[in-house]
Design a protein around this ligand. Structure first.
Ligand code: ADP
Ligand code: ADP
Length: 229
């Protein structure tokens, strides 16, 4: 389970300006596809179509032989885990923020997810550990730390499909390394769509789509794309 297909997908926020044009690709169950390209190419828009943040203007998106417009919002949400570019956390404990993904999860499961997200060491070294409150009146986390909390959430949720809209370009390199390591671990078990800003961050993707101005210009593996440059 977890096969994703984009079939001739077109999308426009406003009718007079198409953002995505005839996008076709598929991701086999458990495989990882990365989308790279310059800012404004339409990468985030493409990722958002997959969880129906917006609906396609033409073509269709199919998950396991079902057009996603025929799937209930509830089961689509259950199937897809999202690590958004800017993670917004509750002004609550780190524990609460991770467990939110699955309220019935035990303390052990939450901590295990944090370990896999490479944020456990950071958390245990805080004065209150997992019970440290974040946000306005608490600890301010960096972008990378917040993103790792979001990854821990997704690991706990254990969805079939993972959408990772990375923003590592603006992260400190320590966070970036931790996030890439976490991503590699999570992606091994899930069908994954990664929006990447740099080719160097997605060395191990099964297929890389190079996007520009709403179209796929090139596709290949990291090695074949580098060879063409
Ligand atoms: P990327 O992720 O590759 O940087 P985006 O998908 O964010 O690209 O944006 C693609 C284009 O769509 C850009 O021209 C952007 O300005 C436009 N865009 C993004 N979001 C919206 C929106 N909510 N309404 C209108 N235009 C948008
Ligand atoms: P669940 O249905 O399993 O409770 P949610 O739908 O609440 O999961 O979302 C899980 C994660 O995905 C959360 O981190 C949430 O912020 C994120 N998320 C959900 N829907 C969207 C969306 N439309 N845009 C961006 N992020 C989203």
């Amino acid at each position: 389970r977890g096969r994703v297909e984009f079939e001739h997908v077109g999308f426009a926020y406003n009718e007079d300006r198409p953002i995505l044009k005839d996008i076709t690709f598929s991701i086999e169950p458990g495989r990882k596809v990365a989308v790279v390209g310059p800012s404004g190419a339409g990468k985030s828009t493409l990722a958002r179509l997959l969880f129906r943040f917006y609906d396609v203007s033409s073509g269709r998106i199919v998950i396991d032989d079902q057009d996603i417009r025929q799937v209930t919002q509830q089961s689509l949400r259950a199937a897809i885990g999202i690590v958004p570019q800017d993670t917004v956390l509750f002004n609550e404990s780190i524990f609460y923020n991770i467990q939110y993904a699955r309220p019935d999860a035990s303390r052990e499961e939450v901590e295990q997810a944090a370990r896999h997200a490479h944020i456990h060491d950071f958390i245990v070294n805080l004065p209150q550990g997992y019970d440290t409150i974040v946000g306005e009146r608490g600890l301010k986390l960096s972008g990378g730390e917040k993103q790792r909390v979001a990854i821990a959430r997704v690991i706990l949720k254990n969805p079939v499909i993972l959408v990772f809209d990375e923003a590592t370009s603006s992260l400190d390199s320590q966070s970036e390394q931790a996030i890439l390591a976490a991503l590699r671990e999570v992606a091994e078990q899930h069908t994954t769509l990664v929006v990447a800003h740099r080719l160097s961050t997605i060395v191990d993707a099964d297929e890389i789509l190079v996007m520009e101005a709403g179209q796929i210009l090139e596709r290949g593996t990291h090695a074949t794309l580098l060879a063409r440059d």
